[in-house]
Design a protein around this ligand. Structure first.
Ligand code: FES
Length: 130
């Protein structure tokens, strides 16, 4: 059984931004080929001047404790940031902010940033159709 640090345990026990957004502006989904787990990110996008930013974000996950903690942390990192800033959040940034994941759980940290980037791509593809 992997050993998790206190930050990961805290996010696992009290996940932030858990749930879905019925009128989301973008939805992204990512699956983990290693374990078959799934993650979904929902975003609302607003505008401040000429910048688009994430005004709300929620996630749903069918995954392990590390995936839940990583998703929770990722939503906190993304909320209020511009889309350009969020696209720069990498898998490693998320794992670093959680102060490191056990090596055998590193693959779990990929789901959240992948799903988040896909939600932004989904938002752009919808916005381009209008
Ligand atoms: Fe599946 Fe962690 S074991 S996401």
């Amino acid at each position: 059984m992997p050993i998790y640090n206190d930050i990961i345990m805290e996010h696992f026990k009290n996940p932030r931004n858990l749930g879905s957004i019925s009128d989301a502006d973008g939805i992204g989904e990512a699956g983990n080929p290693v374990c078959g787990d799934l993650m979904k990110m929902y975003i609302k996008v607003d505008r401040k001047g000429n910048k688009e930013y994430i005004s709300d974000i929620k996630f749903e996950t069918l995954g392990c404790g590390a995936a839940i903690a990583v998703s929770s942390m990722t939503t906190e990192m993304a909320k209020g940031k511009t889309l350009d800033e969020v696209m720069k959040i990498t898998r490693d940034d998320v794992a670093d902010t959680l102060d490191g994941l056990p090596p055998e759980k590193m693959h779990c940290s990929n789901l959240a940033s992948d799903a988040l980037h896909k939600a932004i791509e989904d938002y752009h593809s919808k916005a381009n159709k209008d």
